[in-house]
Ligand binder design. Structure first.
Ligand code: OAD
Length: 257
């Protein structure tokens, strides 16, 4: 027996032309990457974002911040996409148009094969220099990286010598303009926004479901707990991304046959 909420969500998706999937840290949780606001194991419960996720924090203690991101990068590189990521790739093949808009910096949607991924908060897989933003996509000698508290001097930019920093959006910084513009256009034009694993607390990413809802889209949310988005959700599928997304694709396949 397929639960009623899943059937309703599958029916909504079946008649959709343009779908946006908006993902947050909960999407990557079952790949082994911690979320930010979980009371016990969330990154911002254990670390101070002022120190680790601001330009000021980096300028104050570059080795501390670079060492923390080197540790995170190494941990993320060893993580694999889970069945929920695979289900989004399957969904993309079943629907006329689907784009993933993610707040995640881990690159797992691309690793699992999603074709169109808009990264709102950058990527930990890339770096750029602090002073000029020169991009740097080379690898680092991870041998010298230690644990999450290990300090490590940021390497110099090969172009200008300024320290390299991760190419992620820190608090107080603008989101990449092209990504934001595209994400907003999709939010305004989609029929359905599927919101997965975000608390909906960080703007402007958190605004996208509200933009979509105001523009007439149906909102489907997947999360084990209610979020800031739940009150505007037409369907709230309570559960984990790695379980609910494959079940949703299965329900859609049942409807189609
Ligand atoms: P949060 O940590 O704020 O929220 C994670 C959400 O995922 C919560 O609503 C959880 O209930 C949910 N969740 C947990 N496990 C899940 C699972 N297995 N399946 C589905 N959902 C699950 O993370 P974000 O909303 O992504 O910004 O946070 C937004 C931004 O805050 C991040 O991009 C980051 C952070 O500061 C930057 O780094 C710029």
């Amino acid at each position: 027996m397929i639960p009623e909420g899943l059937i309703h969500a599958a029916e909504i998706l079946q008649s959709a032309q343009r779908v946006v999937v908006s993902t947050g840290a909960g999407m990557s949780r079952e790949s082994g990457i911690p979320t930010f606001r979980d009371a016990q194991e969330g990154l911002w419960a254990r670390f101070n974002p002022e120190e680790l996720a601001t330009e000021r924090g980096f300028r104050t203690a570059p080795a501390r911040v670079w060492g923390w991101y080197a540790h995170r990068r190494r941990a993320i590189m060893s993580c694999e996409p889970h069945p929920g990521h695979g289900a989004l790739v399957a969904l993309e093949r079943l629907l006329p148009e689907l784009v993933v808009v993610t707040q995640n910096i881990d690159g797992l949607h691309q690793a699992s094969g999603s074709a169109d991924v808009i990264e709102l908060h950058g990527s930990i897989r890339r770096s750029k220099c602090l002073d000029h933003g020169h991009p740097f996509a080379g690898a680092f000698d991870e041998e010298i990286a230690g644990g999450e508290d290990a300090e490590q001097d940021p390497p110099p930019c090969p172009d200008c010598g300024s320290p390299l920093r991760p190419d992620v959006v820190w608090f107080g910084e603008m989101l990449p303009a092209a990504a934001t513009t595209r994400a907003r256009e999709f939010a305004e034009q989609c029929d359905v926004m599927l919101v997965v694993g975000t608390s909906g607390m960080v703007w402007p990413a958190a605004e996208l479901p509200f933009v979509a809802e105001r523009s007439g889209a149906c909102i489907i949310e997947i999360n084990p707990d209610p979020s800031e988005i739940t009150r505007i959700a037409d369907v709230f599928l309570q559960g984990r991304a790695g379980e609910v997304l494959p079940a949703l694709v299965q329900a859609l396949n049942v409807l189609r046959h």
